[in-house]
Design a protein around this ligand. Structure first.
Ligand SMILES: [Zn+2]
Ligand SMILES: [Zn+2]
Length: 113
């Protein structure tokens, strides 16, 4: 998501915020994974999402498209602090895989709680 008041013609790194908490940004040096159309999930949210997914504690189904892939998949969804955003199971797994493998960050998939 873009920070309120960001210039859509010239979006700066610090104007791109995590869609799920609305706080972490690229510019702050947080581990982040990009989705479609400027959507973003940060490492902190991904940790919560991954925990929820791996412990089987997500159960929500919705007709809203997933914030990250923009697809309306028949998949369970995870929500963070910002209830406007949701991530489908596939995106959580993909993003966790990307961040886990990335050499730029020391983020690893959290163990099962
Ligand atoms: Zn976040
Ligand atoms: Zn998705």
């Amino acid at each position: 998501m873009h920070r309120e008041g960001a210039n859509p013609e010239n979006v700066a790194l610090e104007d791109v915020l995590c869609d799920f908490c609305g706080e972490a940004s690229w510019a702050a040096g947080a581990p982040c994974v990009e989705g479609h159309r400027g959507s973003l999930i940060c490492g902190v949210c991904l940790t919560s999402a991954w925990r929820a997914v791996s412990s089987g504690s997500i159960s929500e189904e919705t007709d809203e498209p997933c914030t990250l892939c923009l697809e309306n998949r028949e998949d369970l969804r995870w929500r963070g602090l910002r209830v406007e955003a949701n991530a489908c199971l596939r995106c959580v797994k993909q993003a966790a895989g990307v961040l886990h493998k990335s050499k730029d960050w020391d983020w690893v998939k959290p163990e099962r709680p």
